[in-house]
Write a protein that binds this ligand. Structure first.
Ligand SMILES: NC(=O)c1ccc[n+]([C@@H]2O[C@H](COP(=O)([O-])OP(=O)(O)OC[C@H]3O[C@@H](n4cnc5c(N)ncnc54)[C@H](OP(=O)(O)O)[C@@H]3O)[C@@H](O)[C@H]2O)c1
Length: 287
């Protein structure tokens, strides 16, 4: 029997696409989540879903049993390396030999940015673990647009900064390729979409694709902090996101790469195509 591919972060933005694509291609998989009810809309049988928490080492046994390869994505709290090390410590004796981890373009152990440093440290821990690794360092996700524009108003502290937005379906396709074909061990892929676009550009493109009005309003970082605090976000997360927006405003996310096309043999999806494909999901925010 083929060893199942373990998906950690299956209920996340990219992970749910990884699950979908593994399922479509007919690969055996297992999904780990802290709460099985969160996997209810993934379209997989209950038999492939196991509960486990990366902060609870003794909860990981069922997830890693008989697994050789894993997709791994989590948020970026201060203990992200501990979570990864818990997983590796459970997985290695069980036969884990390759982890494809979702990182970020800015990963750098020397960075003063929390997100960049935490990804850098996690990449280093994975590289030193003795398990084969693939780092996927994507730009920002186009699918964040499903959450960014309640009522069609996209109010964010991004200024005029441009980003090489990438479609999570493309990120997942690269992860699935790395998990299911040889030759991706020890590789670090920094990937972007085909264009660097500002939030104003996004709003115009979403309006064109949906026939409904989307507008971008620049917001001060202070207003954003108050808004997110009132919405219940944790302080560490607000700090981390505001560091990202400072970088966006400064133009540090406007980079583009051709690594997606080199590896996948096709161009990355444009934002206009994403908006057309996902128009129904985009307008859900307006109703
Ligand atoms: N958003 C962007 O534009 C962007 C761009 C570049 C890179 N990234 C990186 O992408 C990563 C996040 O990926 P994503 O957006 O696909 O995921 P996500 O939507 O943030 O979801 C987080 C996932 O992590 C799982 N998780 C959280 N804590 C866990 C724990 N203690 N034990 C087990 N699982 C846990 C959750 O599973 P359950 O809730 O089901 O347990 C969930 O599936 C971050 O590292 C971020 O820096 C994001």
């Amino acid at each position: 029997m083929t060893a199942p591919i373990l998906v950690i972060g299956a209920t996340g933005h990219v992970g749910r696409e990884v699950v979908d694509q593994l399922k479509t291609a007919g690969h055996a998989m297992r999904i780990m989540t802290r709460d099985a009810s969160r996997a209810a809309d993934l379209g997989v049988g209950a038999d492939v879903v196991v509960e486990g928490d990366l902060r609870e080492s003794n909860s990981l046994g069922d997830a890693v049993s008989g697994v050789e390869k894993a997709y791994y994505a989590t948020p970026d709290p201060e203990d992200n390396v501990v979570m990864l090390e818990n997983f590796l410590a459970a997985g290695k004796p069980a036969g884990l030999r390759h982890v494809v981890r979702l990182s970020a373009r800015s990963a750098d152990i020397t960075s003063s940015d929390d997100l960049a440093r935490r990804h850098g440290l996690a990449e280093k821990a994975l590289e030193e673990s003795g398990v084969a690794w693939t780092h996927i360092r994507p730009s920002w996700f186009m699918q964040m647009m499903f959450e960014y524009a309640p009522g069609g108003r996209m109010a964010l502290p991004g200024g005029e900064g441009r980003i090489g937005w990438i479609d999570t379906r493309d990120i997942a396709a690269m992860a699935v390729k790395a998990l299911t074909e040889p030759g991706h061990e020890g590789k670090c892929y920094t990937i972007s979409g085909p264009e660097a676009l500002s939030y104003g550009d996004l709003a115009r493109t979403m309006s064109d694709a949906t026939g409904r009005e989307f507008v971008y309003e620049d917001m001060t970082p202070e207003t954003y902090r108050e808004q997110q605090r009132a919405a219940g976000d944790e302080g560490w997360y607000i700090d981390l996101v505001l560091q990202l927006y400072a970088n966006i405003r400064a133009g540090r996310y406007a980079y583009l790469t051709d690594e997606f096309e080199q590896v996948m043999g096709r161009p990355a999806t444009s934002f206009a195509q994403f908006a057309k494909d996902c128009a129904a999901d985009l307008v859900k925010q307006l109703d």
